[in-house]
Design a protein around this ligand. Structure first.
Ligand code: NOJ
Length: 535
């Protein structure tokens, strides 16, 4: 028996339920749709699925506006469908991670509705952040929402409530013990239904400080917190050190309590991964101290350039910082909040980077569609649904491009995703990206992922740390090659636009693109490509 917990070096497949597969012909994916495709998911060689929210929600922020965290939204099915999904996943030895959203509720949650009907100072308002207006009628402070516009919305009696995201997502007051009690109930509810872990949304945001104090540069801060706003990195880093509502010490007390709850399920190995965008990077390690959570997302690869120095720094920093708390890193190239990696850095580069990352110690997260090499969907403004687009009056296009439904098969859009018009349009140009097509093509991105994940399991899971062979600080100091060895495998990535020779020894196991040649005892790695060798 493997004594290592299942999540430690797992590959976890993120499913955005609305975009995965529509089983009932309403143009939106649903839970039975996911269940019906679990054989496909299993065939990828992943260990677990992470489901983005499917709870009762008015869907103002893609389900991250939860109106009832202990029920399923009818657009996705019902609780029986959730139970069946979990049962069928477990039957295939796939673990299930649910997404929990503790920073805020939807304004349609019964607590918020009760707060609206109650007086200032009431118990009902005390579950959120309600404050009086300033004397001049302005909001209690000048914070700007992460989706643009003010962080405060006024209610009928003149009080304001805080929302770091959309105005339909009131922030919860975690100083109020009722809030934690309710979330512990929710955690138990899903664990009892069978889930194996949680992805914790905005895990760094629950505790606020200085709620009545203005920030000296609220717009700068809001820009610094956005991946889609370009900014000088020194300026960004300086601003990120001044966020009054993220990464406060109090959040760790919450996760220590939750850890006890998880561990009370003996024999279950319940895990949790924190979505914590914190600065400086060393702070992320606090979330994975032995008595807190199990993993924390490393978001650096969502924005990193395809550059050997940048990638070396990201990998080295993440491995070494996590080691200080005896944790392993996580790696993610795409998710539902950021541009798809193939669009961001290029198709071949995305394949090369995936193969590079699959060799590393820790957990790899794969966003559904990434295995196909999908680009971002091309959308008209009239198609967009992301609140960011609306709250910035269209200045920021938002995240819908990464959320376009998956193309399953056939020659015409929507490529088997639905029998109806999909909730976001799928372009006819995705014909070559369908799962059916890629399954038939041994050189496809899909086959690369399947083969790589199989080899990862066979040779790399549990193989310990890496030894750098090529970087600007190792080996021949080439700025085109990054290479490490781990266990019996040597991984070489050529980032340049021409072939490069390297000293790697052993038998070629897999290459992300092109053909590896041998010349004068050296291996010749194709441009923009990664290869694994078995020594
Ligand atoms: C992070 C989620 O990933 C994102 O989709 C959501 O909009 C915000 N948190 C607010 O819940």
């Amino acid at each position: 028996m493997n004594s290592s917990p299942w999540w430690k070096e797992a590959t976890i497949y993120q499913i955005y339920p609305r975009s995965f597969f529509d089983s009932n012909g309403d143009g939106e994916g649903d839970l039975p749709g996911i269940t019906s495709k679990l054989d496909y998911v299993k065939s990828l060689g992943v260990d677990a699925i992470w489901l983005s929210p499917f709870y009762t929600s008015p869907n103002k922020d893609g389900g991250y506006d939860v109106a009832n965290p202990r029920d399923v939204d009818p657009r996705f099915g019902n609780l029986e469908d959730a139970r069946e999904l979990i049962t069928q996943a477990h039957r295939r030895n796939l673990r299930v991670i649910a997404d929990i959203v503790p920073n805020h509720f939807s304004d349609q949650h019964e607590w918020f509705q009760a707060a609206l009907k109650s007086k200032r100072g009431s118990k009902e308002r005390g579950r959120f952040h309600f404050y009086d207006a300033n004397e001049d009628g302005t909001p209690p402070n000048n914070w700007i929402s992460l989706f643009g516009g003010p962080s405060w919305t006024q209610v009928e009696d003149g009080q304001f409530y805080l929302h770091l995201f959309d105005s339909t997502q009131p922030d919860l007051n975690w100083e109020n013990p009722e809030v934690n009690a309710d979330f512990e109930k929710t955690l138990r509810f899903w664990i009892d239904l069978g889930v194996d872990g949680f992805r914790i949304d905005v895990a760094h945001g629950l505790i606020k400080e200085d709620v009545l104090t203005n920030h000296p540069d609220p717009q700068g801060l809001s820009n610094a917190l956005r991946l889609d706003v370009a900014m000088d990195s020194d300026e960004r880093n300086a601003l990120l050190l001044t966020v009054p509502y993220f990464d406060r010490q109090g959040v760790h007390e919450i996760y220590r309590k939750w850890r006890k709850l998880f561990d009370s399920y003996t024999g279950r190995e319940i895990m949790a991964v924190a979505e914590a965008w914190v600065h400086p990077p060393v702070n992320a390690t606090r979330y994975v101290r032995a008595d807190e959570l199990h993993q924390v997302f490393n978001f650096d690869l969502l924005t990193a350039e395809f550059d050997s120095d940048v990638l070396f720094d990201v990998v080295e920093r993440s491995i070494s910082l996590n080691a200080t708390v005896n944790a392993l890193p996580t790696w993610a190239l795409s998710n539902h909040d950021s541009p798809r990696v193939a669009s961001r850095i290029g198709d071949e580069q995305a394949r090369a980077l995936a193969l590079f990352v699959f060799g590393l110690p820790g957990s790899a997260y794969v966003f559904a569609g990434q295995e196909l090499g999908l680009p971002d969907g091309q959308l008209q403004d009239s198609d967009r649904q992301d609140p960011t687009f609306f709250r910035t009056n269209g200045a920021i296009k938002g995240r819908d491009g990464a959320r376009v439904p998956l193309p399953w098969g056939g020659d015409t859009k929507p490529f088997g995703f639905s029998t109806a018009k999909p909730w976001l349009p799928i372009s006819q140009s995705w014909k070559d990206f369908t799962i059916e097509n890629e399954l038939a093509d041994p050189k496809s991105s899909l086959h690369l992922y399947k083969n790589a994940l199989e080899l990862r399991k066979e040779f790399l899971v549990g193989a310990g740390g890496i030894t750098w062979l090529e970087s600007s600080q190792h080996g021949h100091k080439s700025d085109s090659l990054l290479s490490y060895s781990r266990g019996a495998i040597t991984v070489v990535m050529n980032l340049s636009d021409s072939t490069k020779e390297c000293d790697a020894e052993g038998k070629l196991l897999i290459v992300s693109g092109g053909t590896v040649d041998a010349r004068d005892g050296k291996k010749v790695i194709p441009a923009r490509s990664t290869a694994w060798f078995l020594t």
